[in-house]
Design a binder for this molecule. Structure first.
Ligand code: ADP
Ligand code: MG
Length: 262
């Protein structure tokens, strides 16, 4: 089981969209995927069609130790894709845990039984748009970070800040944390800024940046209002095809990593 955390402290860069659709694409190529919604807004839950009524158990219960992770999962309409949903209670976690020991390891501890169960090959965690305790828990629980990056003017500054956070987490909480990759999102080929930023990001981060680029595509933004991943809503559209290519790249990186003796 590989735990990938989808993180970027900026809002609106495509984290939730990437978590949903990469998760769906991985399930489509035969992986057993668990999507964990770690944003109190619950957009990932809504986006895979799990409404408020189906959120009797949530990530809040799991982090507070009131429910084992395995019993908080719900099936989605996508075969091979399960979800641990979020609700607004999740925003209370920071206050409720106070200065408790192991407050940063709540999620990691909760996911341990999942690792030994063999139920999932990939766990994707959708993070809130900040570097708060929820994001720290996600990074402490993860094997690798996947960073969606919108091709806009301050993208590189934001990315540097995120990389510093990853270094801090590595130094203090999770030495094995890797960067799975950086994915360029909402790429608009008619906009020269998109191209310029993409070039700068590739110059700085080289092969860390996936070859697959997610284009700005109206079908991608329509899909959540139907409670469907875009791959279900419109498999043929450019956005769906880009997420399928990204999934293949993610799997290839994981295979290459396993092939290298530790
Ligand atoms: P985050 O989780 O980082 O806040 P979201 O995934 O919610 O970002 O995306 C922010 C907004 O941009 C949403 O309205 C989403 O539908 C839209 N969006 C994301 N990716 C695309 C895309 N490739 N094409 C068009 N709209 C997109
Ligand atoms: Mg989001």
């Amino acid at each position: 089981m590989r735990v990938l955390v989808v993180a970027n402290q900026k809002g609106g860069v495509g984290k939730t969209t990437t978590a949903i659709n990469l998760g769906t694409a991985l399930a489509a190529v035969g992986e057993r995927v668990l999507l964990i919604d770690s944003d109190p807004q619950g957009n990932a839950s809504t986006g895979v069609g799990v409404g408020r009524a189906q959120r009797s158990s949530t990530l809040y219960d799991v982090i507070m130790g009131e429910k084992p992770a395995l019993s908080a999962t719900v099936k989605t309409a996508v075969p091979g894709l399960d979800l641990i949903p979020a609700d607004p209670d999740l925003s209370g976690v920071e206050l409720e845990l106070g200065h408790e020991a192991r407050r940063s390891f709540r999620l990691r501890d909760a996911l341990e039984p999942l690792r030994s169960s063999g139920a999932y090959s990939y766990v994707l965690i959708d993070c809130p748009p900040s570097l708060n305790l929820l994001t720290v828990n996600a990074m402490a629980a993860a094997d690798a970070v996947l960073v969606p990056l919108q091709c806009e003017f301050f993208a590189l500054e934001g990315l540097s800040q995120l990389m510093r956070t990853v270094d801090l987490v590595r130094g203090n909480l999770n030495p094995r944390l890797e960067i799975q990759g950086v994915v360029l999102t909402m790429y608009d080929k008619r906009n020269s800024l998109s191209e310029q930023v993409a070039g700068d990001v590739r110059a700085h981060f080289g092969d860390t940046v996936y070859q697959s680029v997610i284009p700005r595509n109206v079908r991608v933004s329509e899909a959540p209002s139907f409670g469907q991943p875009v791959l279900v809503y419109d498999l043929k559209c450019a956005g769906s095809q880009a997420y399928l290519r990204l999934a293949r790249e993610v799997v290839l990186r994981e295979r290459a990593r396993r092939a290298v003796p530790a």
